[in-house]
Design a protein around this ligand. Sequence first.
Ligand code: ATR
Length: 273
Amino acid sequence: MTDTYAVFGNPIAQSKSPAIHRHFCEQTGEDMAYTKQLVPEGEFRQAADAFFADGGRGLNVTVPFKLDAYEYANHLTARAQRAGAVNLLIKENDGSITGDNSDGIGMVNDMLNMGWELGDKKVLLLGAGGAVRGVLEPVLSQQPKCLTIANRTVSKAEQLARDFHDLGTVSACSFDDLSGQRFDVIINGTSASLHGDLPPLPDQLLAPKAACYDMMYGAEPTVFLSWAETQGADQLADGLGMLVGQAAESFYAWRHIRPEVVPVITELRRKMV
Ligand code: ATR
């Protein structure tokens, strides 16, 4: 019997996850069905119970249900615990549900695939919401020289720096405090670009050969990446590779086979423009 998987979200119509997993199945010959499901707000638990009772093997979970999924899981991986959010649920053979978070490792793997190094680099993360919390552990596992978290609401950046200080050299500041500092890798994890906004960043923030990454993606370059280009960034990337990377980690967790991500990113990009 074909194993069934799904992505739960609200809204969900725009989700590329079914297309990504279809590509992975074509590549690997795995027999699985993957659908998207619009779940009404407040009904995550009922929807997940029904899905697993029906024989479902695993779920991806997107906005706004990552905290519901965190609470739903019977056990959490260490990285999901650190992230405080779950985007991946796995039904184990004993019937229990494991909650994992593959967003951060998806982003770091995307950077590594592009030949970006984080080890021994000065890294700046913009934002201090759920998206940034989700990537902190995988970013710190690459052992950057130092990691700075800058946020409009400084207290949220300070809280993250406290929560992750045991994993590396992490500091917090406001956007104003960035003046005079230089970074090798800058990652935008604010939701500002969703609204066509840019955090107020000083000029000369980029060290020579700097790389800039936006967790958001779109057919057009994001506001942040356009800014980074004017600042002379050496390398630029949006979050499409992060999306495919988190899906690849999900596929691996469910099927124990690692799919190729690069052809899938290329194909999705081709369809977007
Ligand atoms: P997500 O789950 O996408 O991380 P979130 O938890 O609401 O969403 O966090 C959004 C992040 O984007 C926050 O860091 C937010 O800054 P505040 O903590 O000060 O609210 C940041 N953000 C949103 N709009 C912004 C803007 N116009 N300029 C700068 N930062 C912005």
